[in-house]
Design a protein around this ligand. Structure first.
Ligand code: ADP
Length: 406
C-alpha cells in the first residue's frame, strides 16, 4: 500500500510517500519526501525533494498559489530525477494533518463532503491552518481523482476525552455552549510520543502517567493517563500556555482589555502582536529561533537571557500544573526541535523537580543522538525520555488502520 501524507501549514508544507506491506513497529524510511516553504520571498516557494534512492532536488517555484505549488511538488513523485512511482493512480490513500476538528471529530476519519464542510466551518477557529488543510484535500482530489480515499487526522482529536473541568473556561457558560472551550493541539505528536514511550518502557500505555513536552516553534504540554490526554496547555487556540517562538502563550486577559481601551490597539493588531511579535522573539528582540537566542546569550545579550529565563520559568510552571492533573508521573518526554536538541531546556525542567527525586544523567543529556532514549539516572523517580516526534508516520499509521477497517 502506498500512502501519501500531506502536512500543510500556513507558510510551509511537508509531504511524504510510504510503502507498506504490513504495519512495522518502527517508522520505515519514506520512499519520497518533499518540503515546500514560501516564507522567504513573496510569490516564491522553495521546494526540496529527496528519495530513498538518494536523489535530491532543490528548486524555486514562482507562484503565489498553493494549488500550483502542491501540484508541482506532487509531480516530482512520478516524473524527473526523484520519480518513485510510474503514475499517480499507484497512490492508494492520502492522509492529511488537519489542525482543528472541533467537537465533532474525536478520531481520524475518511474525508467526505460533510467532513470538508466541517473543516471549512472551523476556519474561524484556526484561520492560519484549516484553509491550508482544506486546499490540500481539494488539490489531491483534482490531481488524483475523487476515488482515491483521503483521511483527515486531527490535531485536536487526542485531547477530545479531556475531563470537563480541564476543558471548560471559567467564563459565562453560554460561551462554552458556543464552542468556546479548551481544544488543545499538537495531538498527533502527543499521541505518537505517548505510544513510543510505552514501547521504549516496555509497558502498556494504559498503565502509564506521562507528560509530553512538545517544544518546537509552537510549544505545548499534554498530561496523558489511560492513553488519553487529560490536560494540555494550549486552549481554544494554539496561543495559550507556554511561551513559544513568536507566540506569547498565556497572558493576563486584562492586558488585552487595557490595550484595546487605552492603547489604541485594534483586534488585528493584538492578534499580530501576540502571535507573531511575542514569545522568544518579542522579549529578546533577536529571533524566535532558540538557536539564535542561545548564540545571542553567548555574546552577552541580556534580553536574550531574559527571554530564555521566561521560557524555562513557564515550562517548569506548566509541567507542575500537568503533574497535578495526573497525580503522579512515570515518564517525562521531550520532543520537537527544542525538546529533542536542547540539553539546557531538559535540564532546566528536570532540575526544578529534583526535590521529587527526578534526575537526569548529564552525559546522556548532552549526547547528540537521533535515537529515542531514556536520559534519567537509574535512581530517578521518573524516566526522562527524548523522543523524535514522527507526525507524518503517525498520520500514515492512521491511514493504514482506516484502510484495514473498510
Ligand atoms: P516546528 O514547530 O515549526 O515543527 P521544530 O520542531 O523544528 O519547529 O522546532 C524549531 C525550534 O527548535 C527552533 O526554536 C529551533 O531553534 C529549535 N532547535 C533546533 N535545533 C536546536 C538545537 N540544536 N538546540 C536548540 N534548539 C534547537
Amino acid at each position: 500500500m502506498k500512502i501519501l501524507v500531506l502536512n500543510a501549514g500556513s507558510s510551509s508544507q511537508k509531504s511524504c510517500l510510504y510503502e507498506l506491506t504490513e504495519l512495522p513497529d518502527r517508522p520505515p524510511q519514506p520512499l519520497w519526501e518533499a518540503h515546500t516553504d514560501w516564507s522567504h520571498q513573496q510569490g516564491v516557494a522553495e521546494l526540496q525533494v529527496k528519495t530513498i534512492h538518494g536523489a535530491e532536488v532543490k528548486t524555486d517555484i514562482t507562484s503565489d498559489s498553493r494549488r500550483d505549488v502542491t501540484e508541482q511538488m506532487l509531480k516530482t513523485l512520478w516524473s524527473g530525477a526523484t520519480q518513485v512511482i510510474q503514475q499517480p493512480n499507484q497512490i492508494s490513500i492520502v492522509g492529511h494533518r488537519v489542525v482543528h476538528g472541533g467537537e465533532t471529530y474525536q478520531s481520524s476519519t475518511r474525508v467526505t463532503e460533510a467532513v470538508k464542510g466541517a473543516i471549512a466551518d472551523l476556519i474561524d477557529l484556526a484561520p492560519a491552518h484549516n484553509p491550508a488543510n482544506l486546499e490540500g484535500i481539494q488539490v489531491i482530489e483534482e490531481l488524483l481523482g475523487a476515488d482515491v480515499p483521503q483521511v483527515a487526522v486531527f490535531d485536536t482529536a487526542f485531547h477530545s476525552q479531556m475531563p470537563r473541568s480541564a476543558a471548560t473556561y471559567a467564563v459565562p457558560y453560554e460561551w462554552f455552549e458556543r464552542g468556546i472551550r479548551r481544544y488543545g493541539f499538537h495531538g498527533i505528536s502527543h499521541q505518537y510520543c505517548a505510544q513510543r514511550a510505552a514501547q521504549l518502557l516496555d509497558q502498556e500505555l494504559s498503565q502509564l502517567r506521562l507528560i509530553n513536552c512538545h517544544l518546537g516553534n509552537g510549544c505545548s504540554l499534554a498530561a496523558i493517563r489511560d492513553g488519553y490526554s487529560v490536560d494540555t496547555t494550549m486552549g481554544f487556540t494554539p496561543l495559550e500556555g507556554l511561551m513559544m517562538g513568536t507566540r506569547s502563550g498565556s497572558v493576563d486577559p486584562g492586558i488585552l482589555l487595557y490595550l484595546l481601551r487605552e492603547g489604541g490597539y485594534t483586534a488585528d493588531q493584538l492578534d499580530e502582536a501576540l502571535n507573531k511579535a511575542s514569545g522568544l522573539k518579542g522579549v529578546s528582540g533577536v529571533s524566535g529561533d532558540m538557536r539564535q537566542i542561545m548564540q545571542a546569550i553567548d555574546q552577552g545579550n541580556d534580553r536574550a537571557q531574559l527571554a530564555l529565563d521566561i521560557f524555562f520559568h513557564r515550562l517548569r510552571s506548566c509541567v507542575g500544573s500537568m503533574l497535578a492533573s495526573l497525580g503522579g508521573l512515570d515518564a517525562l518526554i521531550f520532543t520537537a526541535g527544542i525538546g529533542e536538541n536542547s540539553p539546557e531546556a531538559r535540564l532546566a525542567t528536570v532540575e526544578a523537580f529534583e526535590f521529587l527525586g527526578w534526575e537526569i544523567n548529564p552525559e546522556k543529556n548532552a549526547e547528540r543522538s537521533k535515537d529515542d532514549r531514556d536520559i534519567a539516572t537509574p535512581e530517578s523517580t521518573v524516566r526522562v525520555l527524548v523522543i523524535h516526534t514522527q507526525e507524518d508516520w503517525a498520520i500514515a499509521q492512521e491511514c493504514w488502520r482506516l484502510a484495514q477497517s473498510h
